[in-house]
Design a protein around this ligand. Sequence first.
Ligand code: 13P
Ligand code: ZN
Length: 275
Amino acid sequence: MNVLESTFMQGFIRMANDGWEQGWHERNGGNLTYRMRREEVEQVRDDLRFDAPWQPIGTSVPDLAGEFFVATGSGKYFRNVSAFPADACAILEVDEQGERFRICWGLVNGGRPTSELPSHLMNHEVKKRVSDGRHRVIYHAHPANVIALTFVLPLTDEAFTRELWEMATECPVVFPDGIGVVPWMVPGGREIAVATSKLMEKYDVAIWAHHGVFCSGETFDLTFGLMHTVEKSAEILVKVLSMTGSKRQTILPDDFRRLAHDFNVTLQERFLYEK
Ligand code: 13P
Ligand code: ZN
């Protein structure tokens, strides 16, 4: 089967375009990767090539040896993914040591996969392990309201989790494990990848201060929906803070405990501190 006819590629393209339409991807901002299923690789194998040179990933991901990924290209615009997917995206194969990759499809006009490949692959490696292989999507976006909050809230997991949970009743149900925060770091390398993947051991969302957000999920829908929920909640908080420095009323720690009971989620007490 042709790669562009496949369900996984169509899902990838639709998600990238949805992110563009949300305004989360100025210029080449953001990147998306998908860990392919074995049967999806087989489906499109005839459309792949295996003669491109192996290139260093820039980090080591031994638990992803032999896996195939769809990835957006570095410097490519999300705006162009749906019109020119074979220019803006690639399918990559990771080598047997988890040290190098090669391009098997796409990037037809040259280029390389996203500069955040170390973060994406280290996050995939962690999520594959902690989710028993269920998580397949890693998504990095630049949504304005979350980024704005990184100039105002303390850069702690507790503050971001609690403040965003408070802004919409659905939030503790959508991301019950909470949100991790990476302080400002130089993007694009191994150091920020190590810091982010450490947070992905316990969270599905990691915020990069003054930069953006990483989300992980099982499907395109769940991962896009997670980013959307976090950003919507951040937008409400930005509106509230723009109106007043103090909320007249809010969801209280005991309310969260009741919600957790009825919705059958576990909310860690460290996020339910008294203010
Ligand atoms: P790429 O164009 O290399 O994917 O980089 C965009 C980005 O958001 C870096 O953090
Ligand atoms: Zn970025």
